[in-house]
Design a protein around this ligand. Structure first.
Ligand code: UT7
Length: 329
């Protein structure tokens, strides 16, 4: 594919809930503390959604992106939502957003690739733009992970936060490349998962069929960590040359905000200096697939998405999935 069929960011928006939960709030009811959480993860606080739906957050991010783009909802040709924490199996989150914002001309679909979902969704959008069918696509990632917590599981509940980010993109003649992948062995002994909960209210089921339905996120943190420190720099090293630039040409690296130690290890491997790496993990925690679009919106509102900037975004997630996108604005 021609690397000169790139993307143009027309608008960005994000929504993070009002409720701020600090590390010390967890110490009030379980054996953990700020020192452990901050030194092992880089997280000080995160936002938790209390009382709203996931699609409400996605809709707010979408409205803010429309404002930033100066675009009308009817101009949107397609809405793609990445989420690992939807409100419904169906309708899709994208349809729910389409209805809220009144994007009556938009096709709507969801993407499921866990924390790497935004990179996957961006790539789907870019390919539709490249095919010439659509002009403006809204790419959203929205996560309500706190509702999947066992709040007493200190190995998970301190890591994640809630929120949504949205970018509206169009096509451009600037460079763009992506690397997407999956290492399905991440499922073989369930290193990071959250079961679909069907309730098992089945009158005909035998006792064995009614086995415990654990509805919470469960994770083998060490195995996820090992996968991440290996794949993040590999994916960046692969994608940048495909977009036609050297690692030293990258102006902004936007990594999945999972753990500051994973990010530092990747930066060291890549030789990318800290001032080029965007971080919001300290205040937001890991918002799964919403990390990268929320970062993009924060960067945009700070005036840092300048024309010609070379961006590389990289993420990994359950599955395991991974993805990196390198593009020039
Ligand atoms: O989007 C992708 C999502 N997931 C990830 O990115 C996770 C990747 N993995 C990680 O970030 C790290 O593995 C963790 C932050 C989850 C854990 O850090 P670690 O340095 O790998 O710690 P550990 O699992 O080796 O645990 C060390 C100790 C254990 O106690 P013992 O067995 O040494 O007595 C844990 O039980 O720390 C304990 N521990 C805690 N202590 C206080 C685990 N969680 C906590 C906690 N507070 N919240």
């Amino acid at each position: 594919m021609d690397i000169k069929h790139g993307i143009k960011i027309i608008g960005t928006g994000s929504y993070t809930p009002e409720t701020v939960v600090k590390n010390s709030d967890f110490s009030e009811y379980m054996d953990t503390d700020d020192e452990w959480i901050y030194s092992r993860t880089g997280i000080k606080e995160r936002r938790f959604n209390t009382g709203k739906t996931n699609f409400f957050m996605a809709g707010e991010a979408a409205k803010r992106a429309l404002d930033s783009a100066g675009a009308k909802p009817e101009e949107i040709d397609m809405i793609i939502v990445s989420t690992a924490s939807p409100d419904f199996f169906y309708p899709s989150a994208a349809c729910l957003v389409q209805n809220i914002i009144g994007a009556k001309n938009a096709a709507a679909l969801d993407v499921s690739a866990a924390c790497a979902g935004f990179i996957y969704a961006l790539d789907v959008a870019r390919n539709y733009l490249f095919a010439g069918k659509y002009k403006k696509i809204m790419v959203i990632a929205s996560e309500f992970l706190s509702r999947q917590f066992d709040f007493y599981d200190r190995t998970v509940s301190v890591l994640f936060g809630d929120g949504a980010g949205c970018v509206i993109i169009g096509g451009s003649r600037r460079p763009y490349a992506s690397v997407l992948g999956a290492a399905g062995e991440g499922c073989s002994d369930m290193k990071l998962f959250c079961k679909a909960n069907y309730g098992m209210n089945v009158p005909f089921a035998k006792t064995a069929d009614k086995e415990e339905q654990d509805p919470y996120i469960r994770m083998n943190g060490k195995d996820v960590y090992k996968f991440a420190v290996d794949i993040m720099p590999k994916a960046v090293k692969e994608v940048c040359p495909q977009a036609g630039f050297a690692l030293s040409d990258v102006d902004l690296l936007i990594p999945h905000q999972a753990n500051i130690r994973i990010i530092n290890s990747a930066m060291k491997d890549l030789g990318i200096p800290a001032e080029k790496v965007f971080l919001n993990i300290e205040k937001r925690g890991n918002i799964s697939s919403a990390c990268i679009p929320v970062c993009l919106d924060e960067l945009n509102r700070a005036g840092k998405l300048r024309d010609g900037a070379r961006i590389c975004a990289v993420a990994f997630g359950a599955g395991f999935t991974y993805g990196a996108a390198a593009f020039e604005l």
